[in-house]
Design a protein around this ligand. Structure first.
Ligand code: NCD
Length: 326
C-alpha cells in the first residue's frame, strides 16, 4: 500500500481486498466486551477537520481509540485557523507535536494532496473528504458493507465485488462519495451506474469507469444496491433543478420505487440523509436501508486503514494481545 490515502485510485485491487479483509477482523473486535487492541499504542493521530462532520470525525476518533492510539481532535472553528492561520502553519504545528498520522477534511479539493506532498510534514495523510473531490474511506466502508451484504461475511474474505451492480443516484456533481465509490467499486469488479439530472452529472464523466442513466425507474430492477446521495446545497451556486418536489419525483427513492428493486437488493446512504428529499422516511427506516450499518462498518474500515498505514506488517489481531489480557 502507498503511505498516504488520498484517492480511492491509490488502492490496487489487492490493497482494497486487504483493507476489507482487515476490516472484517476489526469488526470482530467490536463484538467483544472490551473493544480495544494495543496495536497503535504510543502513536498519535490528529483529526484535522476544516469542514463540518458528524459521522466521519467520530468514526475516525473511535477507530483510532480502539487501536489504542492517542487522538488529538482539531476543528478549524475555535482554532487559530479562524484567525487566518494557513494550512502550512497548522501543519507545522501538528508536526511539532509529533503526529504520526493526520486525518484531514477540507472544503478545498486537493488540500490533503498538498499536505501529503508539500514536505511540510512527515506523517501519513488520510483524506477524510476534500471539497467535491474524494472521500476514499467512505468508499471503503461502502464496499465493506456491500461485500458483507451481497457476498457474505465469511464467503467474502479475499474477494472483491465482481459482477455486482451498484447504482449511485443524485447529486453526483458535488459528491466526493460518488467519485471515490466509482473508482473503488470498479477496482473491485463491480458494475456502476450513475443516475442524476443532466445538470448534476459532472463534465468528463465519459472517462469514468461507469455507465450514466437519467431514468431511475429503468435502472432499479437491474441493481443489487442503490446508493442515494444528498443534494449538496452548500456547494451549489446556481439552480440545478426547478423545485425540490420535481427533484424528489424524478430522482428520490420512495417505497413504490424501492419495490422495483430485486428482493435482496439494498439501499445505501452515506448520511446525512434529507428525509423527504432524496429518500422518504419509509425507505430510510426500512430493513433494506443500510445507513446505520454503514456507520458501524465505518469504524471497522477506518481501523483497518489506520492499522495498515501505521501498524506495519504484523497481524492485526491473531498474535497481538488484547487489553483483556494485559
Ligand atoms: C458525505 C460527505 O461529507 O462527503 N457524508 C459523509 O462523509 N458521511 C456526504 C454528504 O455530506 O452528503
Amino acid at each position: 500500500m502507498k503511505r498516504h490515502l488520498i484517492s480511492a485510485a491509490d488502492l490496487t485491487r489487492d490493497d482494497a481486498v486487504l483493507v476489507l479483509d482487515t476490516a472484517e477482523e476489526m469488526a470482530r473486535v467490536a463484538d467483544r466486551p472490551i473493544k480495544k487492541l494495543p496495536t497503535l499504542r504510543g502513536r498519535t493521530i490528529v483529526n484535522l477537520f476544516f469542514e463540518d462532520s458528524t459521522r466521519t470525525r467520530i468514526s475516525f476518533e473511535a477507530a483510532a481509540k480502539r487501536l489504542s492510539a492517542d487522538v488529538i481532535n482539531f476543528s478549524a472553528k475555535g482554532s487559530s485557523v479562524s484567525k487566518g492561520e494557513s494550512l502550512k502553519d497548522t501543519a507545522l504545528t501538528l508536526e511539532a507535536m509529533g503526529a504520526d498520522a493526520v486525518v484531514i477534511r477540507h472544503p478545498a479539493s486537493g488540500a490533503p494532496y498538498r499536505l501529503a506532498n508539500s514536505g511540510w510534514i512527515d506523517s501519513t495523510v488520510v483524506n477524510a473528504g476534500d471539497g467535491t473531490h474524494e472521500h476514499p474511506t467512505q468508499a471503503l466502508l461502502d464496499a465493506f458493507t456491500l461485500r458483507r451484504r451481497l457476498v457474505g461475511r465469511d464467503a467474502g474474505m479475499g474477494k472483491g465485488l465482481d459482477g455486482r451492480r451498484v447504482t449511485i443516484v443524485g447529486d453526483v456533481l458535488h459528491s466526493r462519495v460518488a467519485r471515490s465509490n466509482v473508482l473503488l467499486l470498479h477496482t473491485l469488479g463491480a458494475e456502476v451506474t450513475l443516475v442524476a439530472p443532466p445538470t448534476l452529472v459532472p463534465v468528463g464523466v465519459e472517462s469514468w469507469p461507469c455507465e450514466v442513466s437519467y431514468d431511475l425507474d429503468a435502472v432499479l430492477p437491474k441493481s443489487d444496491a442503490v446508493m442515494m446521495l444528498r443534494v449538496q446545497r452548500e456547494r451549489m451556486n446556481a439552480a440545478f433543478f426547478p423545485t425540490e418536489r420535481e427533484y424528489s419525483r424524478r430522482y428520490g427513492l420512495n417505497g413504490h420505487r424501492m419495490a422495483k428493486m430485486p428482493g435482496e437488493a439494498i439501499v445505501m446512504h452515506p448520511g446525512p440523509m434529507v428525509r423527504g428529499m432524496e429518500i422518504t422516511a419509509e425507505v430510510a427506516d426500512s430493513d433494506r436501508c443500510t445507513a446505520v450499518e454503514q456507520v458501524a462498518n465505518g469504524v471497522s474500515a477506518r481501523m483497518a486503514v489506520l492499522y495498515l498505514l501505521l501498524g506495519g506488517s504484523e497481524p492485526a489481531i491473531s498474535t497481538t494481545r488484547t487489553e483483556e489480557n494485559n
